[in-house]
Design a protein around this ligand. Structure first.
Ligand code: C5P
Length: 232
């Protein structure tokens, strides 16, 4: 273990189940959690509120300054994942809207924004350990992590899960449209020059297509147990 404690990274495309698996693992181990997507979403939310445009230099500079100083906290929510606080404001629901999702992946292609968030993300590492959830946790932010996981699922399955989530919330959704958006977002994340989405060379690939949360969690716990961390 380094001074900052252990680090387990979970990378992969949106909707593969990373967030659920990461927060369950953090709860099980009693480690901290970094939901790095929430940082990009917060930059996007702030940008939307201020009408900042990623293609305008002055707006990019404002977003960069905001990103470097983000006052964000993740609070356990009675076993139901985490609440996300921006200062004192609870932004958990606001950052999950479709507008924010789209804007987040547009701001995330900006190298200056990624750079501004780099140190901020590393500050989350602390003993006994950190579960880091994102796209570039194992490749860029924590390249020295002792256990790297790449969580994936087919685009069809991810679209279906999102559709069911929205239906359960009573939101009318269109499965084809969700599928198209997922494919577009994947392409944007994988083709960007700055930290494109790809598995670290030393990552274990976990495909959650057709598996429920318990099955995928068990696969992860087996890898964690092999490191001797479950009993610590
Ligand atoms: O994981 P989540 O869907 O919350 O992430 C929102 C967006 O932020 C992603 O579509 C991606 O573009 C970006 N992101 C990123 N690098 C990360 C985490 C998220 O580029 N480590």
């Amino acid at each position: 273990m380094s001074e900052q404690g252990h680090v387990i990274t979970l990378d992969g495309p949106g909707g593969a189940g990373k967030g659920t698996l990461a927060s369950a693992l953090a709860d099980r181990l009693g480690w901290s959690l970094l939901d790095s997507g929430a940082l990009y979403r917060l930059v996007a939310l702030t940008a939307l509120r201020n009408r900042w445009d990623p293609n305008t230099t002055a707006d990019r500079t404002s977003a960069e300054q905001k990103a470097a100083a983000l006052d964000i906290r993740f609070l356990p929510d009675r076993g139901q994942g985490r609440r996300v606080l921006l200062g004192t404001e609870d932004v958990t629901d606001a950052i999950r809207s479709q507008n924010v999702s789209d804007a987040a992946s547009k701001w995330a292609v900006q190298p200056a924004i990624r750079q501004a968030l780099l140190a901020r993300q590393r500050e989350f590492a602390r003993p006994p350990g950190l579960i880091a959830d994102g796209r570039d946790m194992g490749t860029v932010i924590f390249p020295e992590a002792e256990l790297k996981l790449y969580i994936t699922a087919s685009a069809e399955e991810r679209a279906r899960r999102r559709f069911e989530q929205l239906s359960a919330l009573g939101v009318t959704a269109n499965l084809d449209r969700i599928y198209r958006e997922i494919v577009e977002r994947d392409a944007r994340d994988a083709s960007r020059e700055a930290a494109p989405l790809k598995p670290a060379v030393d990552a274990h690939i976990i495909d959650t297509t057709g598996d429920n949360v318990a099955t995928s969690s068990q696969k992860i716990c087996d890898l964690v147990a092999a490191k001797g961390w479950l009993a610590e």
